[in-house]
Design a binder for this molecule. Sequence first.
Ligand code: NAD
Length: 284
Amino acid sequence: MSIPFSIDLSNRVAVVTGGGGVLCSQLARALAECGAKVAILDLNAEAAEAAAEGLRADGLTAKGFAANVLERASLEAAAEAVKAAFGPCDLLLNGAGGNHPKGTTSKEWLEEADLDDPSLTTFFDLDPKGIEFVFNLNFLGSLIPSQVFARQMIGRKGCSIINISSMNAFCPLTKIPAYSGAKAAVSNFTQWLAVHFSKVGIRVNALAPGFFLTNQNHKLLIDEASGEFTARAKKIIDHTPMGRFGEPQELVGTLLWLVSDAASGFVNGIVVPIDGGFAAYSGV
Ligand code: NAD
C-alpha cells in the first residue's frame, strides 16, 4: 500500500475493531506501515487473522483476535490478550459497524398505494429488532470498546480514539433510518467522549466516509446479474461532485493526521467528511 505520508508509530499499540473488513483492514495496514503493533479484532476470527497474516507477510507486526464489540466480556478477554502480546493500547480505531436489511425501507418515499403492497417494507413495517441491531452495532459497538481499551490509555501520552461515523450522519440517506440515526449517534458520542476525556489526555475524533464499495453495500450498489451499477449507485455518483466512489486508501491520510499528536495534537471532537464533496452538495 502506498501511504500518503508517514508518521512515527513505533512502540505504539493500535487496536482496530472490524479490522477484518474492507475499510479497516486497509486502515490497519496503514497504521502497521507507520510502525504500530496492530491488533486486529473482529467477530469473524478468520477474517481478523487473515488480515493480520497479510500484514505479517509484509514484515509488519500484527495479530488477529476474535472479539464481539457488543460483548464486554469478549472485549475484556481480547484486551488482556492484546496487552500480553503487544502491551497496552495507545490507539483505538472503532471500525466495526454496518446496516441491516430489517432497518431499511424498500422505497425512498411512501405513497398511499404502498400500504396495500405486501412485497414492500414500508416505514410501518420496520422491525424494532432490526433498528436495535443497527443502533447497537454502531453506537454501543463504539462505546463498549472505548470503555474497555481507554482504561489502558489513562496516564499515558499520545493516546487517541478514532470512531467511524458516516456522511449520512450529517443528513440522513433515504431508506436507512436506523443506520443514519446510529451514525449520527456515533458523531455525537465522538464529541461527548472528546470532552469527557479531555483532562486525561485522550483525544477522540471520527472519520465520516462517503461511499466506498465494500462487502456491506455491494448488493445495494452493484447489480448481481449484470455487474453494472444499480440505480441507487448511479444516483450516488450523480450526487457526488467528484463523480466516483472513494477508494479505501483515501481514508488513510485523515486517519494518520488524526492519530498523530505532532500533526493534530490540538484537534479534538471533530468528524471529518471524506466523501468527494457529497455532504457539501445540495444537488442543485
Ligand atoms: P465491512 O463489512 O467490510 O467490515 C465490517 C467488519 O466488522 C467485518 O469484518 C465484520 O465481521 C465486523 N463486525 C461486524 N459485527 C461485529 C461485531 N459485533 N464485533 C466485531 N466485529 C464485527 O464494512 P466496511 O465497509 O469496511 O465498514 C467499516 C466501517 O466503515 C463501518 O463502521 C461502516 O459502517 C463504516 N462506513 C462504511 C462506508 C462504506 O461506504 N463502506 C461508508 C461510511 C461508513
